[in-house]
Ligand binder design. Sequence first.
Ligand SMILES: [Zn+2]
Ligand SMILES: [Zn+2]
Ligand SMILES: [Zn+2]
Length: 342
Amino acid sequence: MSNEDAHPEFALPEIRRDPVTGAWSILAVGRSRRPGAVPGKVNGEPLCPFCPGNESLTPPEVWADRGQGPPDSPGWKVRAVPNLYPALMPEAGGRGWRRGGMVGRPAHGEHEVIVNSPDHGLSLGDMDAEEAERLIHAWLQRYRYHAAQPQVKQIQVIINHRREAGASLEHPHTQVFVLPVVTRAIRDELHEARQRAARGCNICAAAREARDDGRMIYENESWTACVPYAARAPFEVRFIPKRHDPDFAASGKDELGGMADVLTRVLKGLSNLLGNPPYNLWIHTAPCGGRDYGCYHWHVEMVPRIIIGAGFELATGMFISILAPGEAARQLRESMGIASEQ
Ligand SMILES: [Zn+2]
Ligand SMILES: [Zn+2]
Ligand SMILES: [Zn+2]
């Protein structure tokens, strides 16, 4: 039975399957209560629940990187709390349902917020390598924790940078969606990886091809950043770890350091080039649950939100970009002070 009839304030979130497309959607009516997410004001200024000193405005923390002090007090460097307006909830239990084509299940899972740093104005691209590595270490800790829970199928880690990219709070933060289904994006990527597995990994190959094709932006010992051949938007970037592994959770210290370096450098370049544009950034990694996804290669993607997708994108799932990927890579390299293709 769906919980649709419950009072919307108390309705638990659901995952529903569209019988025409087969795509899953989450119905989380509780999230509509999310104001500009401003719980109070001081001197007319919104009171930020993610700033140090305001810990009581969030649910109790579930994890923190802190030197000293008790939980839910200042002194932390990175802090993880449950989302106040979750799209998935541990309480959403029980069985799925099917009434004709109306197929759904409780949105059992978790929806967590990781506050990237105590600094209200410090985005990932503004961080130094040490700060970024600390944040990525927090992602890894929370990822491993959730991946070890039963029934978890996929963990989606994302950053929405600035309101125009969907952030309801300005203070830089990461969201972790712990899902009981595998999403279409990961299914599609797994399908492609398996299709050509006999010829080797498609993502390892994509990194090599980007180098030969002038789409490489930057590389260090453990990571490469390139503009994809079929980029969906101007300045879309794919960040690829050089070691082939399906699973973000298997990352070692060197890879985290390399990841901090590549993300901060490229995001700084993007910010220099376009004046701190809004973007979405996410990790794509293999589903949880122990099956063999050996052909898959985990990675990070970033899409700047500088052109607004319209009817064509919704109608087709196909994007129209207006900048050649090689030219986007060239401009990003230039803004990072990398003169020409090596
Ligand atoms: Zn803040
Ligand atoms: Zn690979
Ligand atoms: Zn991907």
